[in-house]
Write a protein that binds this ligand. Sequence first.
Ligand code: FDA
Length: 453
Amino acid sequence: MTAIERDIVIIGAGASGLTAATELRKAGLTVAVLEARDRVGGRLWTDDIDGAMLEIGGQWVSPDQDALKETIAELGLETFARYRTGENVYINAAGQRTRFEGGIFPVSAETEREILRLIELLDGLVAQTDPDRPWTHPRAKELDEISFGAWLENETTDQEARDNIGMFIAGAMLTKPAHAFSTLQALLMAASAGSFSNLVDADFILDERVVGGLQQVPILLAERLGGDVHLGQAVRTLRWNEDGVVAVTDDLEVHACRVIVAVPPVLYSRISFEPPLPRRQHQLHQHLSMGFVIKVHAVYETPFWREDGLSGTAFSPYELVHEAYDNTNFGDSRGTFVGFVSDEAADEVFTLTPEERKTRILTSLSHYFGEKALTPVVYYESDWGTEEWTRGAYAASFDLGGLARYGADLRTPVGPISFSCSDLAGKGYQHVDGAIRMGRDTAAAILASAELV
Ligand code: FDA
């Protein structure tokens, strides 16, 4: 067992932990970042699969994500816009495929009015919601006790309007069924992106990508930290008292004044805290769980849909792949689709053999884009459910009532222990932007504390 001493030890080399470490080192403190995996980046992972560069984890950058944008610029990375020229595709409950332009799906005039009314209603509620403190909403408790699915049922009898509005938050964002999270949690999701209108606008929320992949952000941050990042070092035990901490891996002990636990909250219980965390944290952490989505990548010899005047953007709450986009890499002559299979639909296809699952998923893509979609040259499913050090995708959210009951203590430090992760963020919640914001804020709070200045 090697023992080292640092001012601050950081558990987790995702965007959040690496940002915190960078800020602390800039301020002159010594750090050690301990990472369980043999790579940095956590939920950011750009890899070569059968000769295709794929974004296995997070990839998109939206205009409001200024913390991420600043980091990208500071690291000298370039971005490019998602291809969106041409018509989008929508498939209704009857399986009817319609090409359309603009933001609103081609539904009946009555359903369109309902969708617009619900968006306005949700925009109003989101405007009253502080993403950093959603539990202070005047109706927080009431809105946290009703599922988003039930709220939608109370608000409208129009099934197609409900299915579409539900899809934006449930399948597309929290990746849980609309009955499994509260309306307050849905408002936080929208408030974190500025408004509900922003969240439903694919051109806003899925705006740009980083040339060469978003994992370069953590890779470059880690490069600057050099030998202070230790890979393959899962922290098993954290001993702590008011004077400091010892983070223990299988072969390393880091003695420090403070620790930042920068791992997804569902993994806190993988660490033995000695003494145990307080009652409040024990309870709070049990009310957070990961969503679940399969990110599907299909690469073709050419982006054939473009010749047909299609943008590659497609939606349907009635399809296995509920949304799909042109995800062609910058400067690539091949064409790539990315599609998503979420929550209960993902559970269902994981009961199939890999071949059956692939056929079902590609068939769904072909409903949007035609037969050519059935024969990609590279096919890959990002399955974060099997990743020991993540356990789902995209991120964690509270069960019914959890946000109003526990939210205020979500980021509260315990003695020398601070918590930092995209899943605890307000603005940028569940996104890389939130991970970076949390990393910055956690480092700033530590630097502001008297005993370290
Ligand atoms: P993250 O989980 O990345 O990092 C935590 C780190 O801690 C990991 O490296 C883990 O191995 C490590 N760890 C865990 N336990 C440990 C232990 N005991 N000891 C040591 N290390 C430990 N966001 C976005 O902005 N745009 C997007 O397009 C997408 N899309 C997307 C798709 C998919 C498929 C996923 C899975 C996620 C996204 N996201 C996204 C979300 C985004 O990727 C995510 O919010 C951030 O990368 C999370 O960064 P954190 O640093 O907070 O946690």
